[in-house]
Ligand binder design. Structure first.
Ligand SMILES: C[S@@+](CC[C@H](N)C(=O)[O-])C[C@H]1O[C@@H](n2cnc3c(N)ncnc32)[C@H](O)[C@@H]1O
Length: 332
């Protein structure tokens, strides 16, 4: 059980009524709270929760249309995302109770100050390196539309400016990541056809490729519903078409691809893990057609080359700069 769930269960009697758990981890918490519904924006957690608690889990960027008189937010890593979620929950909770739970190293103490906008917060518990906060919502705010929190910026690319629309919590919110910037400089001589932008974030790579190679069909895939929403906005802002899909890992991607393009993930929340990236490298051959190419950017310190070599039998370093490497490999 996630330690934050354990902290909630120390006060389980508080959570027996109609409750919405936002950012719920994929653990057994719902089994202990029979009237609770979970809201998650992580496609992998949604699949796991749905397997155990069908009908009580909701996926997306908006709070689900279920009735609740209290809500718990599991503190996300991004401060902007926490602000959006707290506003969304508090706007539905006039006179109700809002809880915030999070790890100390995730910044729960500071984040709890955001509850002051709605009433007088108090710390209910501190255990397992986590804290649980509570506020009665005396001042329910107006719900802010998610799009009003979008950050828009323009990239000056060689073939003209590209508009990027990013949303709270999305990777490199409001600016271009250095690794992605390097990959954008190395998108020459790409195969045309079925293209996957794996871990698309705000859709920078997929949108750039679709504009440069308009005959290609581009699929953008991410585990995070906010990234999916941002990618759709980015494509629309540039008048581009693409399929945007929500899924956990390369297994959710189509097969028979001509090109996989990625700045693969290597951080999740406050914990670092490489699982999704390693699976992408190991299983790339199952998703590429014969002769198809994978082109990636990664921190130079990540030892991806042997994994790609093992999966596809070749791997060339095309460029190295600013602590990043561009890899190119083809399926023989
Ligand atoms: C390093 S960011 C790159 C984002 C974007 N392509 C760019 O260049 O700005 C990696 C992305 O992978 C996504 N991601 C993390 N785990 C994933 C998984 N298991 N399946 C699919 N996408 C994942 C993250 O949400 C994040 O948007």
């Amino acid at each position: 059980m996630d330690p934050r769930s354990e902290v909630l269960l120390r006060q389980a009697d508080l959570f027996q009524g109609p409750l919405l758990i936002a950012g719920a981890p994929a653990d057994g918490l719902l089994a202990e709270l029979p009237q609770a519904h979970a809201w998650t924006w992580h496609a992998g957690d949604q699949a796991l929760l749905q397997g155990r608690f069908a009908g009580r889990c909701h996926h997306g960027v908006e709070a689900p249309a279920v009735a609740f008189d209290s809500a718990v937010l599991f503190l996300p890593k991004s401060r902007e995302l926490a602000a959006y979620l707290l506003n969304a929950l508090a706007s539905r909770l006039a006179g109700g109770t809002l809880y915030l739970v999070g790890e100390k190293r995730g910044g729960i103490e500071g984040a709890a100050k955001q509850l002051q906008a709605f009433g007088k917060p108090r710390k209910l518990d501190s255990a397992r390196h986590c804290q649980l906060w509570q506020v009665t919502v005396d001042n329910a705010p107006e719900a802010k539309p998610l799009e009003s929190l979008a950050e828009r910026f323009e990239l000056a690319l060689a073939d003209g400016p590209l508009q990027v629309v990013s949303l709270p919590g999305v990777f490199s919110h409001g600016r271009l990541d250095k690794g992605s910037a390097l990959l954008l400089e190395h998108l020459d001589d790409l195969p045309v056809g079925q293209v996957l932008d794996f871990g698309c974030g705000a859709g920078v790579l997929g949108a750039t490729v679709k504009r440069r190679y308009p005959q290609s069909q581009v699929t953008l895939l991410d585990v995070d519903a906010f990234a999916i929403a941002a990618s759709r906005l980015t494509l629309a802002a540039n008048g581009l078409e693409g399929e945007v899909i929500s899924g956990d890992g390369i297994d959710a991607a189509p097969q028979g691809l001509d090109l996989i393009l990625s700045n693969p993930p290597f951080h999740t929340g406050v914990h670092t893990h490489y699982q999704a990236a390693e699976n992408l490298l190991k299983k790339s051959g199952q998703h590429l057609r014969k002769g198809g190419e994978m082109r990636l950017v990664a921190n130079s310190f990540l030892r991806y080359q042997p994994l790609i070599q093992e999966a596809l039998g070749n791997c060339e370093t095309r460029a190295e700069a600013m602590g990043f490497r561009i890899y190119r490999a083809t399926r023989g």
